[in-house]
Design a protein around this ligand. Structure first.
Ligand code: SF4
Ligand code: SF4
Length: 406
């Protein structure tokens, strides 16, 4: 694993920005859950222990979102992945007349990445896209990532899990999926189905959710927060349902001015919304964003901690692996810090942490709240697209060696 000076990843220890991750500091509930992991997945447990012992020294072990294929059966307005989807790329290629000749990763490439990641000490792989149940080779991808070496977590809109035996909750648990992260964007049926533009979606989600924990998997309900929603009765009801009825963590993502969402500036949350989320958290609901305290390690509710760092988690807490091998340091960005077909993941993460935009601790959201960065990012992306190219911008087009300064 790579060592980082604490000032770059966690801020000042004396100011409480750090999370000290020693096993003797976890609660008895957390300890019980880790013991379970020790028996079920000793290699994962070993990596978590190694990370625990050294996180406060600056070692990182981010989640990798494995975007193996961006195909999706939904067309949501708030999607940040639409421009990466085959259906959209086909349209863009036809419009621009410039072919998309990018190489896509093979199974051997993925296997090499999984081994490098394991060696580095990464232990969480999130299958996402797109919709993973649309992948014809979903089970093959799970096998390559290896549930014994990594916690394989899967995002889903639940439609095919509810409808198709092949992807049933049981089948996913048997394949080694550790946790399901199901999207539910309103506890009011009509609102969810309208937001997701998919009649019947809500009922499918409600059918799947109560099956997940009894099947032996962990469960997270993922919801997109738009302006004003945090103060509604609907949101309070969803919180109660997750915490009290199904025992799930409610993971809140804020609508960001990127991707399809760029035309919905009215959806952007305000400080009143984010304060309200912290209020729910303070009242003991199982709710988190990756910017609030529950995302960090000591939270009793999670079986394995969701994250480790306070504030923005670019590189240190989250990275996308794109179908073309690019590593993008935030799901809402369109610019890469490297490509696993060219460099080992260790080199890429090392480089990312040394980029001034990304390495140092910060409490605000770089892509949602920093006008200077957003302007720079969006201008570069627009220029790239006008030239008929597809996102993400590869390493060397936005960030270059000149940005590796820390
Ligand atoms: S289900 Fe997810 S990936 Fe598919 S369109 Fe909706 S937000 Fe995008
Ligand atoms: S830039 Fe924003 S969305 Fe991305 S990791 Fe940081 S806080 Fe999260």
């Amino acid at each position: 694993m790579i060592y980082w000076s604490p000032q770059y990843i966690g801020g000042n220890m004396s100011k409480g920005h750090f999370v000290l991750d020693k096993l003797d500091q976890v609660s008895s509930l957390e300890q019980e859950k880790r013991d379970e992991l020790k028996n079920r997945k000793p290699r994962v447990y070993e990596k978590i222990r190694n990370f625990d012992a050294r996180a406060h020294l600056g070692f990182i072990s981010p989640i990798i979102r494995v975007c193996w294929d961006y195909t999706c059966n939904f067309v949501c307005d708030h999607c940040c992945a639409e421009e990466r989807m085959p259906r959209t790329i086909r349209k863009l290629v036809a419009k621009n007349g410039k072919a998309d000749n990018r190489y896509t990763m093979s199974y051997d490439d993925l296997a090499k990445f999984a081994s490098d990641a394991d060696e580095y000490g990464l232990y969480r792989m999130v299958l996402t896209g797109g919709e993973p149940t649309m992948w014809k080779d979903l089970f093959k991808v799970i096998e390559i990532l290896d549930p014994n070496r990594h916690l394989v977590i899967m995002d889903s809109n639940a439609l095919r899990i509810a409808d198709e035996e092949q992807f049933s909750v049981r089948a996913l648990a048997d394949a080694g999926v550790y946790k399901l992260q199901i999207s539910l964007d309103s506890f009011v049926e009509a609102e969810h189905d309208t937001f997701r533009k998919m009649p019947g979606s809500y009922q499918r989600v409600r059918k799947v959710l109560p099956q997940v924990i009894p099947a032996g998997m962990k469960l997270l309900v993922s919801t997109c927060l738009t302006a004003g929603r945090a103060s509604t009765q609907e949101f309070a009801d969803l919180n109660r349902y997750c915490t009290e009825e199904i025992g799930a963590m409610l993971y809140v993502t804020y609508a960001k001015p990127t991707g399809s969402c760029a035309s919905h500036m009215d959806w952007m949350v305000t400080k009143a919304d984010t304060d309200k989320i912290r209020e729910f958290e303070a009242k003991g609901f199982n709710i988190t964003t990756h910017m609030t305290p529950s995302y960090m390690r000591q939270k009793d509710a999670g079986s394995v901690p969701l994250g480790h760092y306070d504030g923005c988690i670019t590189v240190k807490g989250i990275n996308n692996l794109e179908p073309w091998g690019d590593i993008v340091p935030c799901p809402y960005m369109d610019v890469a810090i490297g490509n696993v077909l060219q460099d080992p993941i260790a080199t890429i993460l090392d480089r990312g942490m040394r980029i001034k935009d990304l390495g140092p601790q910060r409490n605000d959201c770089l892509i949602g709240e920093d006008p200077e960065f957003m302007g720079r990012h969006n201008t570069a992306v627009a220029r790239w697209k006008i030239q008929g190219n597809q996102v993400p911008l590869p390493w060397g087009e936005f960030w270059t060696d000149k940005d590796v300064v820390l």
